[in-house]
Design a protein around this ligand. Structure first.
Ligand code: SF4
Length: 389
């Protein structure tokens, strides 16, 4: 559990960095490419920073740059240490840079502007780096999708379907990827179903397989035919970004999204998706730290009752979002909340599948670490009880 507490602290407080620890970032080691949100506490245009790093026990941690953090990534003779107020709190290694980052698609676009690797093994594509909710200043309060695109302009806003397939073929041939993850900002529903299906089919064709290991995160589809269309692409799992479980908090924090998709719509979409994809193959994605612990845990219970799993991202008050400059809850709050969520899942009947999304796929959730660290025969044990003692 020591690394869980350390990871929670690193996500909540961010991390400063010794310039010597950045040697090889962008050449030997994977750099940030700002494919979706910027998760750092401050912008750093012109400074290449690691996307993430791995603790000694294999825990993947997102790198969230904060030059005034009490944590610091420090180079030493044996590698990299994590210091907390000057004392060694752990050790880390950076993640090798995928070779496809330097390759071009047949249209001449750098593949890293099309897709990136999340964590150690996830082929990630944001199929639209724009969201219509920004137009009326009704974007989710935690979101900096559009400001991040404006600041870094590091990726193509829209990617060619064939180019995504080419990037997938290159990435998977390196042997680094186990999963895919697709997401994008909100736009016309019909177009999105069509686009997402074509992208997955393009990836499936590139991999020359019948199925695609991974997860798609489209807008909530309440039409069963649309969900079946998604399933028939061969994708392993589907998730919906519910964001906030409590309905009133959801409407306040996500005004545009809540008008387009109500809490009830999400519940209906998830229930139908479980019927189509199967229990454990559907995720409710939440932003953790913006609503009370009890409503988050109510969400975990209700999602588990529906047969769905949960991915709760640790909120970052990132630059360009309406909540820039605010503070996340303490690391202890996060550890307590995710341990209790793990306990809920331990007593549910929802299979904890990692063939479609695993703890190595990203470094900004703590729950998959709880499930991994406490797993007995593939199911979490009484993690919350051990935390209380
Ligand atoms: S729906 Fe909300 S979180 Fe998603 S891209 Fe739009 S503003 Fe951002």
């Amino acid at each position: 559990m020591k690394s869980l507490r350390l990871k929670a602290g690193l996500l909540v407080d961010g991390i400063d960095v010794d310039p010597a620890a950045l040697q090889g970032v962008g050449t030997r080691f994977k750099e940030q490419n700002h494919g979706l949100f910027g998760w750092d506490m401050v912008n750093h245009k012109g400074l290449n920073l690691p996307d993430d790093f791995v603790l000694s026990d294999g825990t993947v941690v997102q790198f969230r740059y904060n030059p005034v953090s009490p944590y610091r990534l420090q180079a030493n003779n044996n590698g990299l240490s994590i210091l907390y107020r000057g004392d060694v709190a752990g050790h880390a290694k950076l993640i090798p840079r995928p070779r496809f980052y330097d390759r071009l698609t047949s249209s001449g676009h750098p593949m890293r502007k099309i897709a990136q690797i999340g964590g150690e093994d996830c082929f990630f594509v944001c199929y639209q780096n724009y969201c219509s909710h920004f137009a009326g200043n009704e974007q989710c309060a935690f979101c900096n999708l559009v400001p991040t695109k404006k600041t870094y302009d590091a990726v193509l806003s829209k990617k060619g379907i064939d180019e995504i397939g080419e990037a997938a073929a290159a990435a998977f041939s390196e042997g680094m990827c186990n999963h895919i993850l697709l997401t994008g900002g909100c736009f016309s529903h019909e177009k999105e179903v069509d686009l997402v299906c074509k992208i997955v089919e393009s990836i499936r064709g590139a991999l020359a397989t019948d199925t695609v290991p991974g997860t798609i995160l489209p807008s909530a589809a309440t039409e069963e035919d649309d969900i079946k269309r998604y399933r028939d692409t061969g994708i392993g799992a589907i998730g919906y970004s519910v964001e906030i479980w409590d309905e009133a908090y959801y409407r306040a924090i996500c005004p545009g999204k809540a008008r387009a998709t109500s809490h009830e719509d999400f519940v209906e979409a998830i229930a139908k998706a479980v019927r189509v994809f199967g229990s454990g193959r559907v995720y409710g994605v939440l932003v953790l730290g913006l609503e009370p612990r009890d409503s988050f845990l109510r969400g975990v219970r209700e999602l588990a009752d529906l047969g769905a799993n949960v991915v709760p991202f640790v909120w970052s008050p990132n630059p360009g979002s309406r909540l820039e400059g605010h503070r996340a809850p303490t690391a202890e709050w996060y550890v307590g909340a995710v341990l209790e969520a793990g306990e809920v899942l331990a007593h549910s009947n929802v299979p904890q599948r990692d063939e479609n999304h695993c703890y190595r796929c990203d470094g900004n959730s703590l729950l998959h670490d709880v499930l991994r660290m406490t797993s007995i025969d593939g199911r979490p044990n009484t993690a919350a009880e051990s935390h209380r003692t």
